[in-house]
Write a protein that binds this ligand. Sequence first.
Ligand code: ZN
Length: 291
Amino acid sequence: MPELPEVAALAADLRERAVGRVIDRADVAEFSVLKTYDPPLTALRGARITGTARRGKFLDLIAEPPEGAQLHLVTHLARAGWLRWRDAMPDAPPKPGKGPLAFRLRFTDGSGFDLTEAGTRKRLAVYLTTDINQIPGVASLGPEPLDASFTPEVLAAILGGRRTQIKGVLRDQKLIAGIGNAYSDEVLHAAKMSPFRLASSLSPQEIADLHAVIVGTLREAIDRSDGLAASDLKKEKKAGLRVHGRAGEACPVCGDTVREVSFADSALQYCPTCQTGGKPLADRRMSRLLK
Ligand SMILES: [Zn+2]
């Protein structure tokens, strides 16, 4: 799933390619991905792209129509969605079907991009709105971790009194925007902290350290993906991860074997030596099944 650094890179790549171009048409190939109906997609016709932005994991394409209010074409790529730029689009609108294509935007010069997601049940979401804060998932976002206003004190207020596991807090979009399953694993590994620590149990020093690691990890990932085209981002993300998705491999810090444990609706990866005093975490789901 693309998280803050990848969506930031997608926004930068799209800014480079799309600003100044004029929209010919926007079409859905899978109707369930379009979450708004007013304004309709036809409102984009003739609109000029003036910029791109990111909020949390949402990608915002800003368009000025010939008349009327500025439009925001907002995309959330969910778990498996992706954006593919194309220099030459077919003239005909896409046919709804079973393929990976979910949404297509075509500019008047024939270029454009596809939003794709493998599988029949698509989770990626597209919104067209005049006010990005009307999108419920955007309105409820927590603070942006790379904003100057995200201070250690702000993090302390988020964690304070919260008797839930730190892993869940880090990837909760309502508490902090843009961090998902991958970067929460990376942050906790870099902070040498157990993913199961209770948020409320962190000392002021641990909170200050965690804050520095959050900012540092995200900045590093953004620097790595800076200037990369959308097509190269996934490879770069995977190459930069130290523990996430690397169960069974050696920890690059200490050489111990990276382990995996179920967490919420998926799994997390961590290094026992770096993070949990050498002791593997109990897999609750597994032990429940064995009882
Ligand atoms: Zn380690």
